[in-house]
Design a protein around this ligand. Structure first.
Ligand code: HDE
Length: 693
């Protein structure tokens, strides 16, 4: 019988050779070489397939089981490897290995994520971003599992399932995916005044980060650092992005979601690929009980910040991400972050949100990864020392056990050494992990402390710390989200809460919805006036960086564009540290003014201007005349203007700008002034292009 697929495969009929690294023959999982990976085993060429076909059965059986349960929250994530370097020793404050010596490096694996959407959802919804760091220290793994916002929705972990159920797609209809703009989310928030502060943060530009490299990260809770003498210092952790804080405009982020659902994952991959390594500084806010007692909020309440102006952030290290994972599933998906995994020198506070998390994460790994041996998966191994940390104990067996422990010593203590047999590992009272012996006493109670009762003062602090542009974004975001709420009393309840934050905010939201302002909701504690914290701003804030470094510049060109102009522009963008992306109506070969033909990096329809940080248009008069009739080209420029980006153009491109409604301002420039102009956004333009609340 002739096999029509046979000529494509080698090996058939050759001398017998065993599969090995030099002869990488396809095998089954059990090592049997495979002769044919194209056809099932059949009785006759056109006959029925045979159940005995192990090659097919094993392949499809493994495929059927490829997926594991996605994370119940933070399912959509992207990760990278890198290192942490201590830049300022904290040896007097903590004995944690990674903070001992300036210059000391510790490997890390970092996973960024959105919270509400499933693993296949888009990268750019309005959502909190996870910022989880696994430090492979020499004394075991420390997981600092944080977010890009320094506070949380709730004060007690027992409310977490309710929060997440309310935020995810609605139970009966199965939508919306990765969005908070729906009834059940705002119903829950409106009934939980403690989440008002977080509601302000998630309506701000913080939930629309431009890229992962442009986000801050926070440990959120108060933790402890413990030194060799056993002294404890309270600490809050901060990650400050070297690339600067940067966010997108709502309209822009919606368009990015459509154009490139993987926008932030792709950015991380490409950024690392071109050596533009994302980098953060690690900062700490250190304090003692006396400081905690002096503050008008409880440092154990995760809905509160300690303003940086009150307690400055001390920079103690930097983190560089310089390697993209080799395999998404093996590393990013199987990475198990567990906040209870700390190392000697780091401990917990009594924050009831943190304490609740200390149980949840190990538990979730068991359902997600399916075994108590998840620490043996390569990405989760404690590998802070060459050859791995010497982790040894008497825990044994379990699903997917990968280790083959030797000898009889599977219990401790034992006296097997006396007969010359290996005795296994022993405890180390001197150097082993010691919990800080804080004094605790009290009645068993299921209550919230009085010191957690103030839900509005810091929401007000946040609102009043914002730049006017950011305030307009927040008010407009509330209008947008509440307009998607169909049950009217939920909107009313939310506005009643907002009245306790700021009258102007509440009025703007009510006007935006064309609804009457309700009376303020009752408060359980007096609202206090706290000094604004400019450190909380993105727009015109201390971390807004005017630079092209690490940023992308889209250059729209077409047939007949001036070759010299194009080259000079690309060179200038690169010289300023930017990444030029040339975009043309056809990608394969674009004829230029000098007769040369160049490839474009991207096609006009596939790379809307929302996907780049600054925009330039270099056209010939003929091409410009054609593009005036091309909606995608007009939209490209219109969006660049609407998203407050710099637009550089040559003289021939001017009619396209006119058609797109571009008005002259500081950010619209000829090509000579473009590179300088491209380093920032033009917030003052916003009033011209949209009506904000
Ligand atoms: Fe999480 N969270 N969380 N969370 N969280 C999970 O663990 C949980 C909270 C955070 O990239 C889950 O492995 C409870 C705060 C990140 O793999 C789960 C509470 C903060 C990630 C879980 C919180 C976070 C998670 C789901 C209330 C910021 C993704 C999958 C007490 C400080 C880590 C998993 C990654 C993931 C529980 C609140 C950050 C179910 C019970 C506050 C970045 O265990």
């Amino acid at each position: 019988m002739t096999d029509i697929s046979a000529p494509d495969r080698g090996h058939g009929g050759e001398t017998h050779q065993v599969a090995d690294a030099d002869h990488p023959v396809l095998t089954t999982n059990h090592g049997t070489p495979v002769s044919d990976n194209q056809n099932q085993l059949k009785a006759g060429a056109r006959g029925p397939v045979l159940l005995e076909d192990e090659v097919y059965r094993e392949k499809i059986n493994h495929f059927d089981h490829e997926r594991i349960p996605e994370r119940i929250v933070h399912a959509r994530g992207s990760a990278a490897h890198g290192y942490f370097e201590c830049t300022d020793s904290l040896a007097d404050i903590t004995r944690a290995d990674l903070f001992q010596k300036k210059g000391q490096r510790t490997d890390v694996f970092v996973r960024f994520s959105t919270v509400a959407g499933g693993a296949g959802s888009v990268d750019t919804p309005r959502d909190v971003r996870g910022f989880a760091v696994k430090f492979y220290t020499r004394e075991g793994n420390w997981d600092l599992v944080g977010n890009n916002i320094p506070i949380f929705f709730i004060q007690d972990a027992i409310k977490f399932p309710d929060l997440i159920h309310a935020a995810k797609m609605e139970a009966d209809r199965g939508y919306p995916q990765a969005a908070t703009a729906h009834d059940t989310f705002w119903d829950f928030i409106s009934l939980m005044p403690e989440s008002t502060h977080m509601a302000l943060w998630i309506m701000s530009d913080r939930t629309l980060p431009r890229t992962f490299a442009n986000m801050e990260g926070f440990g959120i809770h108060t933790f402890r650092l413990i030194n060799l003498e056993g002294k404890s210092t309270f600490v809050k952790f901060h990650w400050k992005p070297k690339a600067g804080l940067a966010s997108t405009i709502w309209d822009e982020t919606v368009k990015v979601a459509g154009a490139d659902p993987d926008f932030q994952r792709r950015d991380l991959f490409e950024r690392i690929g071109r050596g533009d390594y994302p980098e953060w500084e690690l900062g700490v806010q250190l304090f003692d009980q006396a400081f905690a007692d002096s503050q008008p909020y409880d440092v154990l309440d995760a809905t509160k910040i300690i303003p940086e102006e009150v307690l400055p952030v001390r920079i103690v290290g930097r983190m560089v991400l310089d390697r993209y994972p080799d395999n998404y599933f093996a590393e990013t998906e199987q990475a198990a972050f567990v906040p209870s995994h700390v190392v000697p020198g780091i401990g917990f506070s009594n924050d009831p949100l943190l304490q609740g998390r200390l149980f949840s994460y190990t538990d979730t790994q068991l359902s997600r990864l399916g075994t108590v041996n998840f620490h043996q998966i390569p990405i989760n191994q404690a590998k802070g020392r060459p050859g791995g940390c010497p982790f040894m104990n008497q825990q044994r067996d379990g699903h997917m056990q990968m280790q083959v422990p030797k000898g009889r010593a599977n219990y401790e203590p034992n006296s097997l050494a006396k007969v010359g047999e290996p005795a296994g590992a022993r405890e180390d009272p001197e150097n082993g992990y010691r919990t800080y012996p804080s004094q605790e006493e009290g009645e068993k109670l299921r209550i919230r402390p009085e010191s957690f009762a103030d839900h509005y003062s810091q929401a007000r602090l946040f609102w009043r710390s914002m730049d006017p542009a950011e305030q307009a974004h927040i008010a407009s975001a509330f209008v947008f989200e509440l307009s998607k709420v169909s049950i009217e009393h939920i909107r009313v309840a939310m506005m009643a809460n907002l009245r306790n934050v700021d009258e102007d905010l509440a009025r703007r939201v009510a006007e935006g919805l064309a609804m009457d302002l309700p009376g303020a909701s009752p408060t359980k504690a007096p609202i206090i006036e706290m000094a604004p914290s400019p450190a909380l701003r993105i727009v015109r804030g201390p971390l807004e960086k005017h630079t092209l470094e690490g940023r992308t510049v889209g250059i729209l060109f077409a047939d007949g564009s001036d070759a010299k102009e194009l080259k000079a522009l690309k060179d200038a963008v690169k010289a300023a540290g930017g990444h030029p992306i040339t975009i043309a109506p056809k990608v394969g070969a674009v004829p230029l003014s000098d007769g040369s033909r160049v490839k474009a990096d991207a096609q006009l329809f596939g790379q809307p201007s929302a996907t780049v940080d600054a925009c330039a248009v270099v056209l010939s008069e003929d091409a410009c005349a054609k593009l005036l009739k091309e909606g995608a080209a007009v939209q490209w420029v219109m969006d660049a203007f609407g998203h407050l980006k710099a637009i550089g153009h040559n003289a021939a491109a001017k009619p396209l700008l006119d058609k797109a409604g571009v008005e002259a301002d500081e950010g619209v420039t000829d090509l000579a002034g473009f590179v300088e102009a491209a380093k920032k956004r033009y917030w003052d333009r916003e009033a011209k292009v949209r009506t904000l609340a």
